[in-house]
Write a protein that binds this ligand. Sequence first.
Ligand code: ADP
Ligand code: ADP
Length: 234
Amino acid sequence: MIKLKDVTKTYKMGGEIIYALKNVNLKIGKGEFVSIMGPSGSGKSTMLNIIGCLDKPTEGEVYIDNIKTNDLDDDELTKIRRDKIGFVFQQFNLIPLLTALENVELPLIFKYRNSMSEEERRERALKCLKMAELEERFANHKPNQLSGGQQQRVAIARALANDPPIILADEPTGALDSKTGERIMQLLKKLNEEDKKTVVVVTHDINVARFGERIIYLKDGEIEKEEKLRGFDD
Ligand code: ADP
Ligand code: ADP
């Protein structure tokens, strides 16, 4: 489902070259739940952004669903992102002027323009809010009327809107207290187990990483080790 082959990402800072990722090889199977751990600056976000086609590697190959993405142009990458990937962020990144429901409808508007009716769009957004276990009575609340955990549920519902096979989450519990963070991780686990989403979570919190079937440890842009927590066969 996801494959990185000899992926290197460098940044030029003044005259210096910084290796954000160095020769990374990684395969993530369809339906797998993988956590990426490592200290600040170890390359976690860079790796997630490359998997998510938000960023391109300097060298190496990236495959999403057997599509080689590293030489696609920006329009093609946008399409892959829209069809294959749902993103969840630490700070939720909801639009404050829109209600929960409208935030979830947004990706459907971008994808379907006028080919999906308003009723259909609303129904689908409500279904996604339900999948993210947000109580329906909050659907018309604006983000600032919701708790952090509820806002992250809206963000997860938005990530589900286009029914992508892959959910990528960058520190999804980083802005939440530990109890709320645990509930959000349980939700991601449910989406993995019941809805068969492939889930990749970046975190520096081992208690969060433990929700995965496998933990990849990054250090200075390299995979330092991998830990298998539960069986995954593909
Ligand atoms: P993490 O997510 O583990 O904190 P990052 O992937 O954000 O790590 O960063 C890895 C390395 O790449 C760090 O040394 C960081 O400073 C560097 N880096 C990341 N993004 C940029 C950028 N846009 N320009 C320059 N250096 C960057
Ligand atoms: P029903 O079970 O009522 O027949 P469907 O499974 O056909 O509903 O889904 C209805 C809509 O919800 C579809 O347009 C589909 O894309 C969307 N949907 C279904 N499952 C998911 C999912 N796991 N994530 C996001 N959207 C979904």
